[in-house]
Design a binder for this molecule. Structure first.
Ligand code: F0G
Length: 460
């Protein structure tokens, strides 16, 4: 049965009109975009699920805090309000604001990554992966095997495989691992949570070898709430208590505040190590801005200080996670294959199983994403062969990813239940005529990060 979900713990005070343009206009719009939803104009989209990053709705408290923003270059009141929140929730000796998550990753990598070294994680997000590589490092993904089986209902599919981690450290050598990570929730693996037990064990393993442990904390509040719901011993704890315990095992974290801190821009980097912090400060001043604003306006710091607490609010999190589960339920009822159980911020449709007649090289995920736009002006993101297929450097043979997915990322506090019903109906209509769909081919594809700007043509 489709789970229902608790009514939104907010009411709507400001609205942003959206318009469903007619089918003929959609055909023109997607042709002009080279059949790549990234190249569509946002105003031609009815429901935009491209990302949950920076797309959330700020609250009246956040907008009010923006008016209090102190734009002093150094030592602004806004910085100290953010510091109070960051100290209270995360408890590290030092922190700096950054303009978004990848800026924090860039600075951390600039300071700690040396050419040839390795950085293990459950799964690195693309920007973390790319920032480590950009400094000559090698990211390694050591998530449990269950993560690769879409149907496996494991409650913490984001967990690190401890045996793989131990073997990796032994093989690579402690000297070549400047720090280790874990991503909560695991976005690259379906938005799946990591258990407290696993975070604790990963920290203990890293520390046994003297390796500093950093958390990629973009969706830390959703992870905390999954722990409350699913892990024995946490049902009576509040999300903030759970978050505090998660971070108590780490030596630092980097974070995109555009997700669980529900701001449109911002990030954080925090750590305990004095020497590293001095280097972080110098890098920050060089690339982002002074240590008390890190590339943001004072008002952005205030919005983040308030949003950090709102993202941990229990009523909000109960609504948030069950909203995602509700949409998953509607799709599942229509026989549409998903990564199970659904993650916190997104649903990942298994386009490979929906379109078995379209081979990897004809892009089943892209086909579904384009069809969602044509059928209902919905925008979603392909996470499959367009994003990841690459030629083997030795043989030139194409290597395709295991799964062909389409991610429906749900912006925070933005869409209502009727929007979700509309999404499920639209995708259901496509599923019923899935066997008639044909794939696509590239007409242009850049070498790196090609999904952003590639262009396509439908196959006959
Ligand atoms: N880490 C994770 C786990 C992320 O999901 C993201 C961004 C980042 C780091 C980088 O943060 O965008 O603020 O620089 N994820 C977005 C997404 C873009 O759509 O999943 P950023």
């Amino acid at each position: 049965m489709t789970p229902n979900y608790p009514p939104e713990p907010f009411r709507i005070k400001v609205v942003e009109p959206i318009r469903l343009i007619p089918p003929a206009e959609r055909i023109k719009a997607i042709q002009t975009a080279g059949y790549n939803p990234f190249s569509l104009k946002a105003e031609d989209i009815f429901i935009d699920l491209l990302t949950d990053s920076g797309t959330g709705a700020m609250s009246q408290h956040q907008w009010a805090a923006i008016m209090e923003g102190d734009e002093s270059y150094a030592g602004a009141r806004s910085y100290f309000r953010l510091k109070d929140a960051v100290d209270d929730i995360f408890g590290f000796k030092h922190f700096v604001p950054t303009h978004q998550g990848r800026a924090a990753e860039n600075i951390l990598s600039a300071v700690l990554v040396k050419p040839g070294c390795s950085v293990p994680s459950n799964m690195h997000f693309d920007t973390t992966d790319a920032n480590i590589r950009a400094r000559g490092g090698r990211p390694a993904n050591l998530v449990i095997d269950e993560a690769f089986d879409p149907a496996n209902p494991h409650p913490f599919k984001g967990n690190m495989d401890l045996a793989k981690l131990k073997a990796f450290i032994e093989q690579i050598g402690v000297k070549n691992i400047p720090f280790g990570m874990i991503t909560v929730t695991n976005n690259a693996g379906g938005g799946q949570p990591v258990s407290m037990e696993n975070i604790k064990a990963v920290a203990a393993l890293y520390h046994a070898y003297g390796i500093p442990f950093y958390i990629d904390a973009a969706r830390y509040a959703e992870n905390a709430y999954f722990i409350k719901l699913r892990e024995p011993g946490f049902a009576d704890k509040t999300p903030i208590e759970i978050a505090r315990e998660m971070f108590s095992y780490a030596d630092g974290f980097c974070m995109s505040a555009k997700k669980d801190a529900i701001v449109n821009i911002g990030g954080l980097l925090a750590l305990n190590d004095e020497t590293a912090f001095r280097q972080v400060s110098n890098e920050l001043i060089l690339r982002e801005g002074f240590v008390s604003y890190g590339g943001l306006a004072g008002r952005d710091l205030d919005a983040m200080a308030v949003g950090l607490y709102e993202g941990l609010d229990e009523d909000y999190l109960a609504y948030r996670l069950s909203q995602t589960a509700y949409l998953a339920g509607l799709l599942r009822e229509q026989g549409i294959g998903l990564i199970e159980p659904p993650g916190g911020h997104a649903i990942y449709i298994d386009a490979g199983s929906l379109l078995p007649h379209i081979p990897h090289g004809e892009f089943p995920g892209q086909t579904l994403a384009v069809e969602m736009y044509l059928e209902g002006a919905i925008r979603a993101c392909e996470i499959g062969s367009v994003m990841f297929a690459h030629p083997d450097p030795d043989t030139g043979e194409m290597i395709f990813p295991r799964l062909e997915l389409v991610r429906l990322a749900i912006p925070r506090r933005v869409y209502t239940q009727s929007h979700l019903n509309y999404l499920a109906e639209t995708i259901g209509k496509i599923a019923r005529r899935a066997d008639q769909l044909r794939g696509y081919k590239f007409t242009y594809a850049p070498e790196l990060l090609r999904h952003f700007t590639a262009r396509f043509e439908p196959l006959k």
